[in-house]
Design a binder for this molecule. Structure first.
Ligand code: CA
Length: 225
């Protein structure tokens, strides 16, 4: 059972699926709100402030990808994309949209509930921050270093949180992948490298003389001031 009454926003135009998801989520103690038109999704996120969004990709009015992109400009609410098209998975996997996870249709409602729980668990993890000039705003999905804001993607934010939350600890690419993609989907190790590279570049923008994310040759990455 969910600990508190958390609200899941379901954006899905197929009534049968929406009702099925609702039933299963209610059984697990979640509250739900459904919208079926893409145009209603962003206003619903703003108004209802859900704890998680189940977002179908193919919708009347507006695509789920579009919606995801816009939501990420003002909220870091966890987003789980629902897709029936295998060829979309690559784009969703890149997470450039800022989605937290995806589920392929057809799915079992049980699986969806398990993913909802996993994503909520993952995004709720609190990290302890070691440095007084670094702060993390979980609400706004924002890292601030010396009063300057880093404009990060969701994956960069998570990477920073893991590394900075465990200073001095070396994380292998595999460990980082497990943390960020706990369902063990296939993501190349180079994906992690490229996210780290972008993150470092952003950090260098505010801390030009200092490296805080270090490569450890043959091992992985660590955070050290
Ligand atoms: Ca649809």
């Amino acid at each position: 059972m969910a600990k508190t009454e958390r609200l899941i926003l379901i954006v899905e135009d197929e009534v049968r699926i929406a009702v099925l998801l609702q039933d299963y989520l209610h059984r697990e103690g979640y509250l739900t709100h459904c919208v079926s038109n893409g145009l209603d999704a962003v206003p619903a996120v703003r108004e209802k402030k859900p704890d998680l969004v189940l977002l179908d990709v193919m919708l009347p009015g507006r695509s789920g990808m579009d919606i995801c992109r816009e939501v990420r400009q003002f909220s870091r609410v966890p987003i789980l994309m629902l897709t029936a098209r295998v060829e979309e998975i690559d784009r969703l996997l890149g997470l450039e949209l800022g989605a937290d996870d995806y589920i392929c249709k057809p799915f079992s409602p049980r699986e969806v509930v398990a993913r909802v729980k996993a994503v909520l668990r993952r995004t709720a993890t609190d990290a302890v921050f070691p440095a007084d000039d670094i702060s993390i705003d979980e609400e706004k999905y924002r890292i601030r270093i010396r009063d300057k804001t880093l404009d990060t993607t969701v994956v960069e934010f998570q990477l920073f949180k893991i590394l900075a939350g465990n200073p001095g600890q070396v994380w292998s690419r595999g460990q980082l992948m497990d943390k960020i993609y706990p369902d063990h989907r296939i993501v190349s190790e180079r994906t992690i490298d490229s996210h780290v590279k972008k993150l470092r570049k952003k950090i260098a923008g505010v801390l030009p003389q200092r490296d805080i994310i270090h490569s450890v040759y043959g091992a992985g990455y660590k955070f050290e001031k």
